[in-house]
Design a protein around this ligand. Structure first.
Ligand code: CP
Length: 327
């Protein structure tokens, strides 16, 4: 892999964060800063895989207590492309099985000289708990149904890339809103940047309490199709449901699957997103998922750039330099 120099400019004074725990806590300009840096990384990576040695000597660990394909792999790639060392922690084969606690496990890993812990956990707030107990940087890679900030960032980056702006757009999040950390991160991020957000799905998956976050609620995908600029199709998270929130998968697909007939009712430039993994034929039909309006794989590509930007900004922050490893 070739080595590339990249002029990222100065990290502005207003960026002082050591952790990325949520988009709720970020300001609009902090979100925009991450997106702007991610664009620079994406442009550099588009010329071919390059190593940009900004984190040489740093160590990042992925501490995943839930399955992942995209997030874990892209964090690892992002860290390696920045020249950092990476470790993948496997909960299944760890000493957690012998009764070691979550915090003790993390503290022991940190004691080996780790600078950034990237954590995914089924419990909302688990990354915050680590941030309160570790001196190194902590990145939330998804905590229960709370937030998935880098997913929100890569979704917003993809919208900005395709449509040129966020302000003034109408973005619908469709599907399993109740269990979606991606929905929460999108809502916070998109609204801070001036988008109008609709959450849409069956009433069993879209509580009226979502209005408290400032979003519009709809139970009819067909009713909102003509006025949305972006549809972000959220996976039905069967594994988190204790009771089935609709009578049958076929009925859900009949009412909410994005298919060719529904596509015909949208604006001509409609953008289709899905955080993945997708249930083909449930939230979206294969022809739409793989069609020209879909940016599903662009989201994945942007995920690497967003995670490079987040790692770069956190590693460049004063807090991590004080608490983390040596150069
Ligand atoms: N979108 C997302 O978080 O995918 P993974 O679960 O595969 O990481």
């Amino acid at each position: 892999m070739a080595t590339e120099t990249l002029d990222l400019g100065q990290i502005p004074d207003y960026w002082t964060r050591q952790h990325l725990l949520s988009l709720e806590e970020l300001s609009a300009r902090e979100i925009t800063l991450i997106l702007d840096k991610a664009v620079l990384f994406r442009q550099t990576m588009a010329k071919g895989p390059k190593r940009i040695p900004l984190l040489t000597g740093r160590t990042c660990v992925t501490l995943f207590f839930e399955n992942s394909t995209r997030t874990r792999t892209s964090f690892t790639l992002a860290a390696r492309r920045l020249g950092a060392d990476t470790i993948d922690f496997s909960a299944a084969t760890s000493s957690l099985a012998k009764g070691e606690t979550f915090i003790d496990t993390a503290k022991n890993i940190e004691a080996m000289g780790v600078d950034v812990v990237i954590v995914r956990h089924r419990t909302p707030g688990a990354p915050k708990l680590l941030a309160q107990n570790l001196a190194c940087g902590v990145i939330n890679a998804g905590d229960g149904a709370h937030e998935h900030p880098t997913q929100g960032l890569l979704d917003i980056m993809t919208i900005r890339q395709r449509l040129g702006r966020i302000e003034g757009l109408t973005v619908a999040l469709v599907g399993d809103i109740a269990h979606s950390r991606t929905a929460r991160s999108n809502i916070w991020g998109l609204q801070k940047l001036g988008a109008h957000v609709i959450v849409c799905g069956p009433s069993t998956l879209v509580s009226t309490r979502w209005r408290e976050l400032g979003v519009e609620i709809s139970y009819s995908l067909d009713a909102i199709l003509p006025r949305v600029d972006v549809l972000n199709l959220l996976r039905i998270q069967f594994e988190r449901q204790t009771t089935r929130p609709f009578p049958s998968v076929r009925e859900y697909a009949h009412l909410y699957a994005m298919d060719r007939q529904r596509l015909a009712k949208t604006k001509p430039e409609i953008l289709i997103l899905a955080p993945g993994p997708i249930n083909r034929g449930v939230e979206v039909t294969p022809d739409v998922a793989d069609g020209p309006h879909s940016a599903i794989l662009e989201q994945v590509t942007n995920g690497v750039a967003v995670r490079m930007a987040v790692l770069y900004l956190l590693a460049g922050s004063k807090g991590l330099e004080e608490g983390g490893g040596e150069d």
